[in-house]
Design a protein around this ligand. Structure first.
Ligand SMILES: Nc1ncnc2c1ncn2[C@@H]1O[C@H](COP(=O)(O)OP(=O)(O)OP(=O)(O)O)[C@@H](O)[C@H]1O
Ligand SMILES: [Mg+2]
Length: 337
């Protein structure tokens, strides 16, 4: 399969990228590493669990690393292994891991990526019989343990949006736990800019106002954030509670692209950009208003998943905005910053 993602396309996650660098480097020097670890009597256990909300880059980043290090990867949609027929789920899990182990034995490093691994290892799975879930989990654990024991260059990666529902025994089997989350305002700015750049690189016109207002809005939020932190004498996150957005509102800041996208994943921003592109194809110019309205139209994932912290940040700002706007003259389209 042709992988188009590059590591730099996924913005942010510096720490996660560092861990993955280490992991993939170790995988390319597997023999050496296994030899070293043998002396310590530790098994290599090449396992990584990536968890966090949908659309935050778990799959894309892994694919980008597999491309950079030229290590073949097979992505398994875990729910396709689950069968209502008694015993079949276990058979499917064993078959896919054993086949991958064969490949690793013959061709060297290989990655098996279980997407939505909670389909195998949680109550959410669509195996109806409880005993069958338990047996599937146990079987999965046994195969992982055996792979580790045999010392094959087979890396097992798993991704989930439902980490709380994942069986704790499965959770424990993974050496690395990498947490992805909704991007904060700094990262959202970078992601928005990266999509604007992609459009620009495709020789499509970009309204200067987009970059200008992004900078202006970012500077303003950052200043308010810093002042608030020094006033409270502690670090605060944009999502801790509604502190930051209350303060932003108090200063009379008007909602721009960064505030609009509270609770958006990178994938939501990508979707909004795509919606805008459908129009831009005909007009040849991405205007600020079109971009704002398209992002507004797609909405953010946090409002669909149970992230009360982010949703309440979002709501506070929106409610305050509504109150403010009702006192002002109505204007058409998105307001300027
Ligand atoms: N930090 C980011 N920087 C740039 N683009 C991002 C970022 N996060 C997500 N995206 C965009 O969103 C797309 C989808 O992300 P991806 O499919 O990797 O998410 P995921 O976490 O695997 O989601 P799911 O849990 O639903 O499988 C990426 O291809 C990328 O275009
Ligand atoms: Mg994914």
């Amino acid at each position: 399969m042709d992988i188009k993602e590059e590591i730099d396309d996924i913005k942010g996650y510096e720490e996660i990228k560092e861990r993955l660098e280490d992991f993939f480097k170790a995988l390319t020097k597997y023999e050496e590493m296994a030899e070293q670890l043998k002396k310590t009597k530790l098994s290599p256990n090449l396992t990584v669990l990536l968890y966090g909300p949908p659309g935050t880059g778990k799959t894309s980043l892994t694919r980008a690393f597999s491309k950079k290090y030229n290590i073949p990867m097979c992505i398994v949609e875990s729910n396709r292994l689950v069968s209502p027929l008694l015993g079949d789920t276990i058979k499917n899990i064993r078959n896919v891991i054993e086949l991958s182990a064969e490949i690793a034995k013959e061709n060297g490093a290989f990655i098996l990526f279980f997407d939505e691994i909670d389909a195998i290892g949680s109550e959410r799975s669509n195996i109806h019989e409880v005993g069958e879930i338990k047996r599937a989990v146990i079987s999965f654990l046994q195969v992982i343990d055996r792979i580790n024991y045999e010392g094959l260059p087979l890396a097992i990666l798993g991704a989930t949006n439902h980490q709380h529902q994942l069986d704790s025994a499965i959770w424990r089997r993974f050496t690395f736990h990498l947490k992805f989350d909704f991007p904060d305002y700094e990262l959202r700015k970078k992601i928005i800019e990266s999509f604007v750049k992609k459009i620009e690189n495709a020789d499509i016109g970009i309204d200067n106002k987009i970059q200008e207002s992004l900078e202006k809005e970012y500077k303003k939020i950052r200043e308010i954030h810093k002042n608030l932190e020094s006033k409270l004498n502690r670090k605060i996150s944009e999502f801790d509670n509604t502190l930051l957005w209350n303060e932003v509102e108090k200063k009379g800041t008007i909602k721009g692209l960064i505030q609009l996208t509270i609770g958006y994943s990178g994938s939501d921003i990508e979707r909004g950009t795509r919606v805008a592109l459908f129009k831009v194809i005909h007009t040849g110019l991405l205007t600020y208003d079109l971009f704002f309205n398209s992002l507004n139209l797609v909405g953010g994932t946090a409002s669909h998943v149970e992230r009360q912290d982010i949703v309440s940040s979002m709501k506070t700002f929106e409610n305050n905005q509504k109150k403010n706007n009702s006192n002002k003259r109505k204007s058409s389209g998105p307001p300027e910053i």
